[in-house]
Ligand binder design. Structure first.
Ligand SMILES: [Zn+2]
Length: 404
């Protein structure tokens, strides 16, 4: 049996760009190492989740790891919380939250509290309290954004939003959307009352007002979801797994699946990460683990920035780091793909497919000679991200026999 290294180039898929002579950033990039793997590998295209779906990184990574998001994904709240670095456990209830401004009558006058994050880290700590037997954790995000996590017995995501989604109205009372949600709604309404008091009395808001910033004197909740309880990776696949990623969202998903999270000390998750050091860490973890997932965020960042040249250059720097992959293909099945496309012409995730390559010694290679969206579409495989894990098991001699 071989070890497995699954490399996810976040948002790598793209469309032809006029500034790159009508090539995609992958096609335009100098990428001898990726092409080496394609020449010696089995290639094709992957539809993230299923054909035409503009997948999020959360749903797509779940799917790539073999957990069907249609079964385990119940809303953005939990993944927003995980993305902010909150330590979520299966069964926790999570919401997306806004710090907002209400007037003396309690009417929402600004749903985003001036889009200003001044003091929200301190407010989040003050708002992390226990009511009855339920623990509440708040974590601040960018500008006015935050997430709320609830932990306790008999909690359910079947509750309404408190966010009225418009100004000129009061925050709504939370109501249960089924019998399951009764306790959750009750304790949440108690919590929100307490939260208004905490925010009203907090020094942070006197400081904000002294600086001419709208007070963050209300917390609006929306998008309740339950953090899924996932079957541990090792139990599911009989492999010990690790993850190397630069962003909390991917680390959080990996940890929910039971992968050990290793963070590269120099920090990653930016356009100019140390791809070489990160790849080196991923490769070295194969000594201890059967399976390593590495996510590289840079291509997605350039896609959102609508910058095809930056995306091409990031891919070239990543490719240099991939000179470390050729020597391990004897003992390791190396796979490279994306979690979705982030075309620079769109600036967002799209439903375009992504290329994939599987390489290891002795694999049945196809005729593809380069790693990019167009070359790999001549390869053998047309699969969805839900199939990737099964291919990894099969090509590393780990698949169980189906039948006699
Ligand atoms: Zn993205």
């Amino acid at each position: 049996m071989k070890k497995i290294l699954l490399i996810i180039l976040d948002g790598v898929g793209d469309r032809p760009s006029t500034s790159l002579n009508n090539r995609t950033p992958l096609q335009a990039a100098y990428r001898p190492n990726m092409n080496y793997l394609a020449k010696r590998g089995l290639t094709g295209v992957v539809h993230p989740i299923s054909a035409g779906v503009a997948a999020g990184s959360d749903t797509s990574h779940l799917s790539l790891l073999g957990y069907n998001p249609k079964e385990v994904y119940t809303g953005r709240g939990p993944f927003e919380a995980i993305g902010l670095g909150m330590k979520a456990s299966g069964g926790d209830i999570a919401f997306r939250a806004n710090f907002a401004t209400i007037d003396d009558e309690g009417t929402v006058v600004d749903r985003r509290a001036g889009r200003n994050s001044y003091g929200t880290e301190k407010l989040a700590k003050e708002l992390s309290i226990t009511i009855d037997d339920v623990k509440f954790f708040v974590k601040e995000g960018v500008e006015h954004r935050a997430a709320l996590l609830m932990r306790g017995e008999d909690l359910s995501p079947d509750v309404s939003d408190s966010d009225p989604h418009v100004t000129g109205e009061h925050p709504r009372k939370i109501v249960p959307l089924s019998d399951n949600g009764t306790k959750t709604a009750e304790v949440l309404n108690k919590y929100l009352e307490e939260a208004f008091r905490i925010l009203r009395e907090s020094n942070v808001n006197s400081e904000r007002e002294a600086k001419g910033i709208s007070p963050a004197n209300a917390l609006l909740l929306r998008g309740a979801g339950v953090v899924p309880k996932l079957q541990p990776f090792e139990e599911r696949y009989g492999m010990k797994g690790a993850c190397v990623a630069g962003i909390p969202l991917i680390n959080g998903i990996a940890s929910l699946c039971g992968l050990d999270v290793h963070t590269y000390e120099k920090g990653t998750g930016t356009l100019h990460s140390d791809f070489f050091g990160k790849t080196k860490l991923a490769v070295s973890l194969l000594k201890k683990y059967d399976f390593v997932l590495m996510n590289i965020k840079a291509p997605d960042i350039a896609g959102h920035d609508r910058d095809p040249v930056a995306k091409k250059e990031a891919i070239e720097r990543i490719d240099k780091a991939f000179s470390q992959l050729e020597p391990i293909t004897k003992t390791t099945l190396v796979a490279i793909t994306g979690d979705h496309s982030t075309p620079c012409s769109v600036g967002e995730h799209s439903g375009d497919s992504v290329p994939i390559v599987f390489t290891t010694e002795g694999i049945r290679k196809d005729a593809t000679c380069a790693f990019d969206e167009i070359s790999c579409s001549n390869g053998l495989l047309r699969i969805t991200s839900n199939d990737v894990m099964q291919y990894l098991l099969a090509l590393s001699d780990r698949a169980e026999k189906y039948g006699a």
